[in-house]
Design a binder for this molecule. Sequence first.
Ligand SMILES: [Zn+2]
Length: 203
Amino acid sequence: MAKSFAQLAKNAEKQKSAISVPKEPVENPPLAIHTLGNQVLRQPAKRVSKVDNAIRELAKDMLVSMYSAKGIGLAAPQVGIHKQILVIDIDLENSTTPPLVLINPEIISTSSSLETYEEGCLSIPGVYLNVIRPSTIKISFRDEMGRPKKMNADGLISRCIQHEMDHLNGVLFVDRVTDESSLGKELSEHGFKKEDVHMPPTP
Ligand SMILES: [Zn+2]
């Protein structure tokens, strides 16, 4: 997800991570981020069977690429890897807060209350549009050491997790935008095609 939510970072739930990389852009990021129109973004990701060093290396490369693009979240399918791995860091300004690495994340429950937020995505650069989603979620996942975890999330972190989890199913935030005219306008202004947006999935 792209950066415009930093004002809500204070609400973030913090989680220790064993993977630490500088929150600085690098000249040659290890992974290229694919953009809307590329079919790799539409393929569902497979569960990770074993959390090993190769998975930790991938998560690390994803973080470096995310920080280089000034993003707050990145899902493996965005870099063409169809594994259920997400990296999230909504506190880019603070160099000491660890990022979140979510492996095989699953939604346990969502609130019935909904919220409208303006989302952006590193795979659709420049496009920001309102999306309605549940305000709070409860998830289970494995961390970068393979430990099973559960977490309640609200505010920005909830929004970011839901956005990134969509990527694991080949769903992009623009698929969920209900304001058709703003959608068409924003996409064309940034060089994207509305034909590459799919029908909104049922939440
Ligand atoms: Zn995204």
